[in-house]
Design a protein around this ligand. Structure first.
Ligand SMILES: Nc1ncnc2c1ncn2[C@@H]1O[C@H](COP(=O)(O)OP(=O)(O)O)[C@@H](O)[C@H]1O
Ligand SMILES: [Mg+2]
Length: 263
């Protein structure tokens, strides 16, 4: 069964209705979503792409707060994040605002448009970081991790705490052309003290397990204590010098230089 492109107005009918009003199927709610999708410039939803099953179709993804479906729109192919009927928050406005701020420093999928219950953003085609790490080459891994640490540093700098980077399961995707993209700013906050860089570094390097073992081997990190003290210094004084010191100890400062030259 190949991808199935369905005009948005038809999505209030089964078997698509449950996707637009998950998990409590409701024609009324689905109609509301259809109106918002149309208003935001989405004319069709594409099912049977992605590996998350909802009823009789598959979609890009599903979390505790939303479902994500591929869409065809005036912006081209997009990911449509649709608020679940049982979501704790009653709008996606908070996430839209934080994603917009993250976009301003080059982080996250580009946000094209947003309404109460729908976000229209760039479709990120790739693999979750942890899965990608298992088969990627060392040079690729170094480049992707350097870019990812820079993104976390920039988020720290603008005062946004992503909130889920200490265990980023599905929340960092590496694209086919080797770009890490941090997704899901639903749990992000400007109230908490940002700890994106320390969270991701702890996950990648320090937390015991297969992931950190692999990453430490690729980066040739012999002295974990040094990384730890770099992180402490950064925690105490998040700044360019303490960030650079961490990169240095991870052997990623030259990747940094390469990135700089490319810009
Ligand atoms: N822009 C995107 N492009 C492709 N897939 C996405 C995109 N955003 C989310 N997804 C997929 O949908 C899943 C759920 O999205 P997420 O934003 O985490 O929702 P929730 O806020 O409910 O946790 C993600 O784990 C991912 O697999
Ligand atoms: Mg999520």
């Amino acid at each position: 069964l190949g991808p199935l492109s369905v005009p948005v107005p038809r999505c209030t009918e089964p078997p698509f209705r449950i996707v637009l009003s998950y998990p409590r199927e409701s024609k009324e709610y689905a109609k509301r979503i259809v109106e918002q999708l149309m208003r935001l410039g989405v004319h069709a939803l594409v099912f049977n792409i992605g590996s998350t099953r909802v009823g009789e179709v598959t979609i890009l993804g599903k979390g505790h707060k939303a479902v994500v479906v591929l869409g065809e729109s005036r912006f081209g192919r997009v990911a449509c994040k649709i608020r679940r009927t049982d979501a704790v928050r009653d709008t996606l406005a908070h996430e839209a605002e934080l994603l917009r701020r993250a976009n301003a420093v080059g982080v996250g999928p580009r946000l094209y448009a947003a309404s109460e219950d729908v976000l229209i953003m760039a479709y990120v085609e790739g693999e979750p970081l942890v899965k990608w790490l298992q088969s990627a080459e060392a040079t690729q891994i170094r480049r992707v991790l350097a870019t990812l640490l820079h993104q976390c540093y920039r988020l720290d700098q603008i005062g946004i705490d992503h909130g889920e980077l200490s265990d980023p399961k599905e929340h960092v995707i590496v694209t086919g052309d080797g770009r890490p993209v941090i997704i899901d700013f639903e749990s992000a906050s400007v109230q908490r003290r940002p700890r994106n860089l320390t969270a991701i570094t702890q996950f990648l390097i320090l937390r015991p397990g297969a992931v950190s073992q692999h990453v430490r081997r690729v980066l040739d990190v012999a002295n974990v204590q040094e990384v730890l003290s770099c992180l402490r210094a950064y925690k105490n004084a998040p700044s360019e010098p303490t960030f650079k010191q961490l990169l240095l100890h991870l052997g990623l400062e030259t990747e940094n230089q390469e990135l700089k030259n490319k810009v």
